[in-house]
Design a protein around this ligand. Structure first.
Ligand SMILES: Cc1cc2nc3c(=O)[nH]c(=O)nc-3n(C[C@H](O)[C@H](O)[C@H](O)COP(=O)(O)OP(=O)(O)OC[C@H]3O[C@@H](n4cnc5c(N)ncnc54)[C@H](O)[C@@H]3O)c2cc1C
Length: 307
């Protein structure tokens, strides 16, 4: 079996940046991706805080990152990584039926949206409950929508949904948003946006399709039914590190411990982007992490492997 210089787990912004730096260092570099190229970029409508690019859609930026790295020889495999063996000098990555060997690894498996874990959420998933405005927004033309959450993703994607919906109501458990100020200002100025403060969604109801939600007003301790056509959920993210449980040290959420070189406790194994502890979870910072990891991976390979 062929041994790669660098194998990168995850094809989001972190993995693709690491891929670009790896291939430009003339490392034989492979990215393993289980889903859509670009990771969370694939579910983001507008990116307008990536320096040098005023505005671009997430999928477009992801495709550009892939094209750029492939131009320098990046290889891609679309597989789901199930386990890793990090103890030996040559690292082993296992998927269902395939095995990959590498001198160095960059773990860039990012994060996945959280669920509300309420009755009706799973039952109506794809029937009015969604976690991706870019994917599903167009199905809700002239409809009345609820967005659950108060951070950047909720406000940004809620604003995007007003392109289709007749009304978008943000339901937030606190009395103010956590989102970046510029996103808040835009949302407050949007005549199609409304806000339900100090409130949580307790249940999604319907008959085949979503028809209403049970909303709880936390201040009044009152639950009532609110008719609605769709529910978009943006209540945080969890790291995709389940397959590394017990293998690499992590915080209580599962974000991996690294040092400033993105090194984990195993020599030649790096973790970068949303998957690492203390990440600022932005495209720009993820790309920086990916570059850092690949640069130190290249140094590690040069020091530990001679031709
Ligand atoms: C709705 C939304 C809006 C956002 N808006 C912005 C914004 O405007 N500006 C900004 O800077 N940031 C924004 N972000 C955050 C930004 O997208 C993330 O910080 C960034 O994508 C993290 O990059 P990453 O490569 O570390 O992880 P991810 O983007 O999560 O990519 C990780 C990749 O790894 C893959 N993967 C996971 N597990 C495995 C496995 N076992 N095997 C193989 N592959 C695996 C996943 O499929 C995924 O493609 C937004 C995020 C969301 C969800």
């Amino acid at each position: 079996m062929e041994t790669y210089d660098l194998v990168i787990l995850g094809g989001g912004p972190t993995g693709l940046a690491a891929g670009l730096y790896g291939t430009r260092s003339r490392l034989k570099t492979l990215v393993l991706e289980r889903g859509t190229i670009g990771g969370q970029l694939a579910v983001t409508e507008d990116i307008e805080n990536y320096p040098g690019i005023e505005a671009i859609t997430g999928p477009e930026l992801g495709q550009k990152m892939l094209d750029h790295a492939e131009k320098f020889g990046l290889e891609m495999e679309y597989v789901d990584v199930e386990s890793v063996d990090l103890e030996s000098e040559i690292k082993v990555v296992r998927t269902d039926g395939k095995e990959f060997h590498a001198k160095a690894l960059v773990i860039a498996t990012g994060s996945t949206h959280n669920k509300l874990e309420i009755p009706g959420e799973d039952e109506f998933s794809g029937r009015g409950v969604s976690y991706c405005a870019v994917c599903d927004g167009a199905f809700f033309r002239d409809r009345d929508l609820i967005v659950v959450g108060g951070g950047d993703a909720a406000v940004e994607e809620g604003t995007y949904l007003t392109r289709f919906a007749s009304k978008v109501t943000i339901v937030h458990r606190r009395d103010e948003l956590r989102a970046t100020k510029v996103l808040q200002e835009r949302a407050f100025a949007n005549p199609k946006m409304d806000f339900l403060w100090d409130s949580t969604v307790e249940e999604v109801k319907g008959n085949g399709l979503v028809a209403s939600v049970a909303v709880k007003n936390l201040k009044e301790d009152r639950v009532y039914d609110r008719p609605v056509d769709g529910v978009f959920i943006y209540v945080g993210l969890s790291p995709n590190s389940q397959f590394l449980e017990g293998v690499l040290p992590a915080d209580e959420m599962g974000h991996l411990h690294v040092n400033l070189k993105m090194e984990t406790k195993f020599p030649g194994v790096f973790a970068a982007g949303d998957i690492r502890e203390q990440s600022s979870r932005q495209v720009a910072s993820s790309v920086g992490d990916g570059a850092t990891a690949a640069i130190f991976a290249e140094k590690y390979i040069a020091e530990h492997f001679t031709e």
